[in-house]
Structures are given as C-alpha cells and as structure tokens.
Design a protein around this ligand. Structure first.
Ligand SMILES: NC(=O)C1=CN([C@@H]2O[C@H](COP(=O)(O)OP(=O)(O)OC[C@H]3O[C@@H](n4cnc5c(N)ncnc54)[C@H](O)[C@@H]3O)[C@@H](O)[C@H]2O)C=CC1
Ligand SMILES: O=C(O)CCC(=O)C(=O)O
Length: 527
C-alpha cells in the first residue's frame, strides 16, 4: 500500500483540497512526502452525512458481524507490514520495538472488543416481569438494553500514533458499540493515519459494512476538528491531547443546540507517594524504576510520573541521588514533534527559573529535537503556594515535593487536581499511614497502584484509564479496557412492548442466549 496523501470519506479515497499538511521526520525535522490535502467543509459534511446514514444499518447488524469487522481491522493493520512500522517510527521518533508493541496492543484492543460483542454483557439486558396482581397497583413489563449513541468523532493522539489514534481504543470501542466513526487524523503522523485508515476501509469492504461506518479527515487548520464537534450528526467525541485542546472541544460540544459528551483525556501529573519504610528499604530500587518510567517514550505518556511526594530525610536523599545517577546514564530521546519538544523546553525552563524550585538531576544532554530529562524539587510550602507547579510538563520532567511529615504529604495530596493514576510505594510497615490516604486518592484518581508506576496501561476488563478533571473531561469513564464501550452507549427501556417488537436481546425466548438481570437477579440463559 502506498501513502498518497489522501483521506477517506465513506468508500471514497481522495485528496482534500483545503491546504496541505506534511508529515515531519521527528528526528531531523525534515518534511516527509507526500503532501496531505486538508478536508474542505464539503468533505466534513459528506463524512458526517454518510456516518449518519450508516448508523441504523450498522447498529442493526448482529454483534457477530461487528466483531468480525473489528478482527478484520486488526488483520488489515498487521498486513500493512513494515511500511506502517517504518512510517510510524519516522513520524513519531519512537523506536521500532515500541511501535511494534503498540501495533500489537492496537490489534489486541480490537480483538478485545470483538470478544465483548460476543459476550453480550455490554447490552446490560434487564427484564422486570410484569406483576398484574400487585397491590395497590399492578407493575408494568419493563425491559432495558443499551443502544449505541450515534456517530462518534475521534481525534487521534500524537503520543500513541497507533493505540490512541485512527484505529485506537476510541475507534475500537465506538465501532464495537455500534457507532460509525469520523476520525480526525493528528497532523503529527498523517502517513501512519492514512495507512491505518486504508486498513479500516479494506476491512469494512471485506466485511460488507455500510458505507460511512468509517471516515478519516485531515485538518490543515482547526476548523475541521471544530466543525466535526459542532456537527449535529455527531453524538459524542473521543479525544486524547492537551488540556487546552480538550477544553476547547468541550466548550464547542456544550454550546451546541444539542450538547454532546466529550470524552477527552487531557492532563495528568500522576503523583507518586514514597512512604518512609519503602524509602528506607529500597530507595535505590525505587529510583531506578522511577527514572525508567520518567523517560519511557521520551516521557510522552499521559501516565508519566510528573510529581513525587515524600517526607524529607536521609532515605529521600538516597532516592534523589540514585535518581540522578540513573538519569545521568539515560540518553535524551527524540520527541514527537518540534512543537512538543519546544513546549517541553519551555516547561523545563520555567521550572529551572522558578525561585522556589531546585534542579536536582538532569538526563544526558538533549540537542536538537531531543528532550533532556529533568528532575526538580520544591518544598511543600512552595508547592502549595503556586498552582503553576501542578501544570503538566509533557515529556521527561518531574517535580519532587519535599514534605516535613506525613500530614504535609496529605495536605499536598488534598490540593491535587484530578489524575489518571496515583502510585504508592510502601512496605508492610507503611500500611497504617497509607490507609487514611486511600479515600482521598479515590476522589483524585482513576487508578491507584502500589509499588509500580502508571506508565504502560494494561488493556483489560478491570482497567480504568480515566479520572476526574483535568485528567479527563468525565471521570465516570475509561478510555482503555472493555469498559470504554460504555461511553458510547445509552440505556433504552421498553415498557409493555409486545414480544415480537422487542429487540432479540430482550425477547422472552432469549434467542441470543444472554445473561440478563431478571427482576434484579443476574440470570443464566436457560438450556
Ligand atoms: N496528557 C496527554 O495525554 C497528552 C498531552 N499532550 C499535550 O498536548 C501538547 C500538544 O500535543 P498535541 O498532541 O498536538 O495535543 P493538542 O491538544 O494540541 O492536539 C490534539 C488534537 O486536537 C486538535 N485540537 C487541539 N486544539 C484544538 C482546537 N482548539 N480546536 C480544534 N481542534 C483542536 C489538534 O488538531 C489535534 O488533532 C503537548 O505538548 C502536551 O502538552 C499531548 C498528547 C497527550
Ligand atoms: O501508559 C499507557 O500505556 C497509555 C498512556 C496514555 O494513555 C497516553 O499517554 O495517552
């Protein structure tokens, strides 16, 4: 397959006519060929119209057909072979091993949602049988199942060009739910986006999906992205990116005549709490793990450990020293785009020049387009006095907050904004100190983890990759794992509906053999 600089609108592959976008080789800043044409208003209109028309036929397909479609997408992505891997490495600056791993994760996500469809639990089928004899009033027949919400706009993320992009978790969960997707490619990896988009189209054709189930647009300004969120046929938005970008889209969605949900994953500094006994027992080991997590993917993970909170003392000094040694041995890595590198440099310069902040360690020198890891420290009073110190510096930068005691650690925790993750490093002797902090962390974070770091999200059934604002726009949701499908579903109740008019999931004979909640009790399909 060759990259042509073309977008996909329904079954049509054509070059957009609104300006040009070029991929950039992340390591050199050189332009990559070919040019990609940006979408026009007419392209946007057609993609949304086709998505709207595809919605009813697509959602009416048996779950098995949608599952096969998701699996076909995974196969088609794999079939892109080395062309995808090479283009993705060039555009992102991420190493081959990481991109191959990310491709595996992307395929795994698609297959996970295929299994979710076959399981049927996502429908949450419920039957409250009628009680005609009930006194003082009879009870009606009530049945509930989830239905898809409608066409979804998906904004590809810069930092996971496969797993959080054109056919990433948002697209996989929306398609699984029964929602057509209009994807907006991230301009940091247009070639990767086109290749993956073509793979989705090939799968759609192979599986005979309705036209409009998937479209892919390029945006040479921000107008197409904004127009997509504003379009009345779009019913939800999936986004991973900056706080500024996410909140701009939230505003557009909220001010529509019909407001819609935006599932934006934005900014998180992922606090790491080091408890005294753990520090005492293994300051050096924790430091090694911390440094590795900090520089993973040039620090460009939304789960990056950007804040460390600990009580000052000799054990913490050991941790700082060991972190310094570990970082000094780690080379600077190419960042995703010149713009992201520039933003990182700006954030680091701001901390370096901050009166209350001390630079305690740096990684090996960066040079052009490479981010040099940075570890800073501030005392708790200084941290609490300046909200700017909570702002995410996207890249390998972290801030240590030195506390006088555990009460001060708690005060720092109380002040934190919403987070994707909170990590606790503890030994058995720390448990009593940790226990009272847990209810607070539950209010702050989507995932609380012990003796590890948040980078590297497991894609499974019990994963939560979400958290209160600004980690995400809606802390009741997750963008990773099977539960992510719930973002694109809504419940419909059928009251006194004749059996032959009910969807199969709710018919008396239970032809899909679903587990259903009957009168409140989870009930196995009868033999
Ligand atoms: N916390 C996280 O997971 C991530 C944070 N970032 C942050 O975002 C910065 C820039 O990186 P990007 O990935 O480019 O994020 P971004 O938020 O600038 O862009 C993400 C996507 O949203 C679109 N977009 C952004 N603002 C928009 C607006 N006002 N109207 C319409 N569309 C808009 C962009 O065109 C792009 O497709 C990074 O330096 C970093 O600070 C980036 C990636 C992940
Ligand atoms: O840590 C991961 O695997 C995922 C991180 C993530 O969601 C992000 O950086 O956008």
């Amino acid at each position: 397959m060759t990259i042509q600089g073309e977008q996909i609108i329904g079954r049509q592959i054509a070059r957009g006519a609104e300006g040009s976008i070029y991929g950039v080789e992340a390591a050199t800043g050189e332009k990559l060929q070919p040019a990609f044409g940006g979408a026009t208003q007419a392209d946007l209109e057609r993609a949304c119209q086709l998505a709207d028309e595809a919605f009813d036929p697509y959602r009416a397909l048996p779950a098995e057909r949608r599952a096969a479609f998701l699996e076909a997408i995974a196969e088609e992505i794999l079939a892109l072979g080395d062309e995808l891997i090479e283009r993705c490495c060039a555009e992102s600056g991420l190493p081959r091993g990481r991109i191959e791993g990310e491709r595996g994760r992307t395929m795994g996500q698609l297959r996970l949602f295929a299994s979710v469809l076959r399981d049927g639990g996502y429908l949450d089928a419920r039957v409250d049988p009628p009680m005609p004899e009930r006194q003082p009033l009879p009870r009606v027949d009530l049945r509930l199942r989830n239905v898809p919400i409608g066409p979804v706009a998906v904004f590809g993320a810069s930092n996971f060009p496969l797993a959080f992009s054109v056919a990433g978790g948002d697209t996989a969960s929306a398609l699984a739910a029964g929602c057509p997707v209009v994807a907006k490619a991230h301009s940091a990896h247009p070639g990767t986006s086109e290749l993956v988009g073509r793979a989705v189209l090939a799968a759609a054709q192979r599986c005979d999906m309705p036209e409009g189930v998937f479209s892919l647009l390029f945006d040479s300004s921000r107008r197409i992205g904004q127009g997509l969120v504003a379009d009345h046929r779009i019913k939800a938005v999936g986004f991973t990116g900056s706080r500024g970008g996410g909140t701009a889209l939230m505003k557009i969605a909220a001010s529509r005549p019909e407001p819609i949900p935006v599932y934006a994953e934005m900014s998180s500094i992922n606090p790491v709490f080091l408890f005294p006994q753990a520090l005492e027992a293994r300051a050096e080991t924790i430091a090694k793990g911390f440094a590795a997590s900090l520089v993973l993917g040039a620090g460009q993970f939304c789960t990056n450990p950007g804040l460390v909170i600990a009580v000052e003392g000799p054990a913490l000094d050991r941790f700082v020293r060991a972190t310094g040694e570990a970082l000094a041995a780690l080379p600077a890595s190419v960042m995703l785009t010149p713009g992201i590198h520039e933003a990182f440099e700006r954030g680091v310069a701001q901390l370096t020049g901050h009166a209350g902040v001390e630079t305690v360690a740096r990684g090996q020198e960066g040079g052009k387009l490479r981010g040099q890891a940075a570890f800073f420290a501030v005392d708790a009073e200084g941290f609490l006095a300046d909200p700017m110190l909570q702002e995410e510096v996207f890249g390998a930068s972290s801030l240590l907050v030195r506390c006088r005691d555990e009460a001060e650690m708690r005060r720092v925790a109380e002040r934190l904004e919403g987070q994707l993750t909170a990590a606790l490093h503890i030994e058995a002797g720390d448990h009593e100190a940790v226990r009272p902090l847990l209810p607070l962390l539950e209010r702050k974070a989507g995932r609380i983890l012990v003796n590890g770091f948040g980078t590297g999200v497991e894609v499974g059934h019990a994963m939560v990759h979400g958290g209160p604002f600004p980690a995400t726009a809606d802390g009741r949701s997750t963008s990773v794992g099977s539960k992510a499908i719930e973002r694109f579903l809504r419940p419909v109740c059928y009251q006194d509906m004749p059996d032959d008019l009910l969807p199969p999931a709710l018919q008396n004979a239970n032809p899909e053999r679903l587990w259903r909640r009957v009168d409140g009790v989870l009930t196995q399909p009868s033999a």
